[in-house]
Design a protein around this ligand. Sequence first.
Ligand code: ADP
Length: 262
Amino acid sequence: MAGRCEVLKVENVTAAYNGRVALRNVTFTVLGGERVAVVGPNGAGKSTLFKVIVGLLPLQSGRVEVLGCDPRREPVSVGYVPQREEVDLTFPVTVSDVVMMGRVRHIGWLRRPSRRDREAVRWALEQVGLTELANRPLGELSGGQAQRAFIARALAQEAPLLLLDEPFTGVDAASEEAILQLMDRVRERQVTILLATHDLQMAAKWSDRVLLLNGDLVAYGPPAEILCPDALQRVYGGQLTLWEHEKGTLILGDGHCSGGRR
Ligand code: ADP
């Protein structure tokens, strides 16, 4: 798909809620097929960054480009799986309706889904293991299944860029495993993934690059460079305990971060 070109370019982006700045002057670039873990303590701006990229929150200043286009003005597709608490699971739709929503750009407004759209939905449901539940109301799914339905929506979209906001929070072990495998499969298709996570161990193992946020962009680079005691202590402060021992550094978090080992 997108090869090693620049898929996402974020330039001097500042964003605010009611005048209160949540992201300050953030600049970074992500290449095609890269996996980027977005980490930082609660309130660091991880969700805000994703909302800015998909155009749900206006920019105060700066610029976002996806494959050279401004997603606010041009029809470029970004798959977005929001945090669970941002999703209204009582909305009266079936699982397959949710996934079909990912096809809106392909279908066009006021037109009926084509065979290709229905095929894309079937394929996406199969990828996340929800084929059997296609006609169930969304509200009847477990947290992990609902998360998978939103991932299927992003897959059906066939977007070159996927943003996953804390997809493992509150999901069962089977769903976590399914999501991990899925992320491996979409990588084979050169899809670029940004994953916001509290799990520093997972960030270290999974990502090509780590983006450390704390309102500003604190550091961006290979996990071994970014997830070092100095940078983490600076950002997480009292929320982290770092134990040095002969095998490396053991990172112990409080409720905001899982333990991780480098
Ligand atoms: P994270 O995802 O890293 O926990 P967020 O992006 O959710 O951080 O939040 C960044 C900052 O923006 C925090 O100070 C948070 O309180 C604030 N914020 C987030 N969403 C809203 C909102 N809808 N209205 C006002 N302030 C918000």
